[in-house]
Design a protein around this ligand. Sequence first.
Ligand SMILES: [Zn+2]
Length: 240
Amino acid sequence: MAQIKEFSVEEKLASLVSLQKIESKLDEYKILKDEITGLHSRQTRIEEEINGIQEFINQKKEIIKEADALIKKYDKQSQNVKNSREFEAINKEMEMQQLEVKLAEKHIKDANEEIAEKVIVLERAKKNVSSKEGVLKNKKDELDKIIATTEKEEKHFNKLSAEAREKVEPRLLISYDRIRKNYRNGLAVVPVLRDACGGCFNAIPPQRQSEIKQRKKIIVCENCGRILVDDDLNNAVEVK
Ligand SMILES: [Zn+2]
């Protein structure tokens, strides 16, 4: 027969706090990685936009070149006109080409201005990427005190998470996962901070706070449903 181990409520709460802290660490890695991926794709998008504008400028330059060539051609023709009717026709054609040149020049000017703006945005995006990468590096360095690489760390915390999950009884684990999934910050177990729920900041009456401190039963926030622990217990649980 399997030995059934009975945990006190206090032990259960401590297991939950530990699980929460481990999985919050894993959340941090995920958020940071997602952010960096997002910034990288933003940078790529801006680079593509700049390339597109550059192509547009090149097209306009080509149009100017062609129009210039035509103007020269008509200019030469006009010097060899036989009669005035033919001369007028050529003049009209030249005027049209001059307009074409003016229009293309205007488009180039606009496109250049747009590029200048994009370059600023791109520089900003690049700076953002490098600063985020700096944050990631700092985070890594900070945690590298324990293990060499982020991957190893994640593995480590994944392992811890699996272990911590085994220590929480199934019924509680289901509630924990359900609450965690409901909140963007992934917090299912929170301490009481400044007389309020550490998750939703709803005030907690003194009577309820002392019940939480007794650690005799599992108490959830009436407002957000998160599992509440006293700050001392929360601080006592360390995750490494
Ligand atoms: Zn709450």
